[in-house]
Design a protein around this ligand. Structure first.
Ligand code: SAH
Ligand code: SF4
Ligand code: F3S
Length: 495
């Protein structure tokens, strides 16, 4: 049983690289890179020989949520601005960087298996020494202990210290063996002049960093520092710049994106920021994730109703359907309060898709409490669910809570939950036959005349079209069927 499964019509959240929920996952690219790292370890030609005057190179692999992906785009921007060149394999790199995730134990362990690959491969080079850096949430959580566990690592840097990257890089380049950036308490955000964006049409914009909530199971407040929002004028300036350079779809990011609190005198509310963003010329879609139920207010729904460019999708993690478990999790809302938020969203004039995250097997979760989560699924009928088995994390209060649920029981609950949700989704998708969706085209499949893209409500649509050049365009697609994971359709003549 996989520890984490994205069932949202995996689909709903899409070509998972651009999933709307910041749920950690291993991308195909990451898997390919992993095999190249293995090949590297097995290879006899481990010695990297850069010529003296050659440009420095870096390799960067990212784990974890969309905030991490976007941080990596900014880190890459800092390196490119410094004259580095990005390479596709670790063996070609002077600087090998891993941007890590610590949300569940398996995610955190992945990076140590990556680092293990270099136990013998580094430190034996002629010419310029290769260096390895650990960035992100495992870096912040483990700190200098990473040097003891993997002494061949030279840089350990958490996300709250990225603004100091240029100085840290200068120290590494000057030959320092151990450089750390482990700020815990900062009121600054990470601003870059250059961001190397992965997707040519859809761009991420972080609007709030860190997290001040203290969910009992979660490492994020420890790994990403306190909540700090970016100045609304800065966010909008970045957005206008993106629109000028051809981006039509943007996604506002934050662990609790709707807790946004504009630090500038304008004191823009989150919903006002959304409306301003939706009106930027050239911008056709604005998404945002992840919303915390406590701060999800009616004005956000009103904004979505008021402006078509605001995507009709809300990712609203519930975690459990039992008010007792929610209290133990310190989620700050009850089942009833959460259901009221959903009712508010469902009462909008536009049909808004709602997706969620759920943890099964939280310490002390009884069978009855688990069944309450199942009944919540029946009640809400989510368009997509990311479900996880509870994983104890360092420093978090839940780790020392009594009545841990055995692993076998956790996986049973996960399987039951996913099956229930699958049935709900298949039924809901079946009803969409004949409907027309606007699809932002992300790619062309290998099969001739087949394309794929996302709807505003973040469903993946695979469709046939005789058009030749629709990448990045918005096209009408008539639904003709579905898989458990996506809509199937055809390019329609008009909306
Ligand atoms: N900031 C977001 C989610 C952050 S992490 C929010 O507040 O909803 C993404 C998801 O990982 C969480 O919603 C939760 O479902 C899951 N998660 C977090 N910590 C976990 C843990 N210790 N074990 C299992 N799942 C966890
Ligand atoms: Fe973690 Fe809770 Fe913060 Fe989300 S709101 S990042 S689950 S502490
Ligand atoms: Fe994201 Fe993982 Fe850190 S989910 S915030 S990269 S712990």
């Amino acid at each position: 049983m996989r520890e984490e499964i994205h069932i949202p019509l995996e689909v709903l959240t899409g070509e998972v690289a651009n999933a709307s929920a910041p749920a950690p996952r291993e991308t195909r690219a990451a898997k390919e890179l992993y095999s190249s790292a293995e090949t590297f370890a097995a290879s006899e030609s481990r010695i990297f020989q850069p010529a003296g005057a050659q440009r420095r190179t870096f390799f960067l692999e990212t784990f974890g949520c969309q905030m991490n992906e976007h941080d990596s785009e900014k880190v890459a921007g800092v390196l490119l601005a410094r004259g580095y060149k990005q390479v596709e394999t670790p063996e070609a790199a002077n600087l090998i960087l891993y941007n890590t995730c610590s949300i569940r134990e398996k995610a955190a362990q992945k990076v140590f298996s990556r680092l293990g690959v270099y136990r013998d491969a580094l430190g034996q080079a002629n010419g310029v020494q290769q260096k390895i850096g650990v960035l992100g949430c495992v870096a912040q959580q483990e700190g200098e202990a990473i040097f003891s566990r993997a002494p061949w690592v030279s840089l350990v840097c958490g996300s709250a210290s990225y603004r100091n990257l240029p100085q840290m890089l200068a120290r590494l380049e000057a030959g320092e063996e151990r450089v750390t950036g482990l700020d815990k308490d900062t009121d600054e955000t990470f601003e870059t002049d250059v961001t190397r964006r992965d997707n040519p049409w859809r761009a991420y914009i972080t609007i709030i960093e860190g997290c001040d909530k203290s969910c009992a199971y979660c490492v994020v407040p420890f790994t990403r520092g306190p909540e700090r929002s970016r100045d609304s004028a800065r966010v909008l300036a970045e957005l206008r710049g993106l629109a000028r350079s051809g981006y039509t779809e943007v996604q506002f990011l934050g662990q609790t994106v709707n807790s946004y609190a504009d630090p500038s005198p304008r004191k823009m509310r989150f919903s006002e920021l959304l409306l301003e963003a939706a009106q930027v010329p050239g911008i056709r879609r604005v998404r945002f994730t992840t919303s915390h139920p406590r701060d999800f207010t009616p004005d956000i729904v009103e904004a979505i109703d008021a402006h078509q460019s605001l995507c009709n999708h809300v990712h609203l993690p519930v975690q459990s359907g039992s008010s007792r478990v929610l209290r133990a999790m310190q989620r700050t809302y009850s089942r009833e309060a959460y259901l009221e938020k959903v009712a508010m969203i469902r009462s909008a004039r536009r049909k808004i898709a709602v997706t969620t995250d759920i943890i099964v097997g939280f310490p002390g979760e009884t069978e009855t409490e688990f069944e309450q989560t199942l009944s919540l699924l029946d009640e809400v009928k989510y368009e997509g669910v990311f479900a996880f088995m509870y994983s104890p994390r360092p420093n978090t209060p839940a780790t020392s809570m009594p009545d841990a649920i055995p692993e076998g029981e956790k996986s049973r609950r996960l399987a039951v939950l996913l099956e229930r949700q699958r049935a709900i989704q298949v039924e809901a998708l079946g009803k969409l036959e004949g409907e027309l969706f606007e699809v932002h085209v992300d790619g062309k499949s290998k099969k001739e005349g087949q394309w794929y893209g996302h709807t505003s409500c973040n469903r993946v649509a695979n469709f046939g079209s005789t058009a030749t050049d629709i990448l990045g365009h918005y096209v009408p697609v008539r639904v003709a069927g579905c898989t458990p994971n996506s809509l199937l359709g055809v390019h329609a003549a008009r909306f």
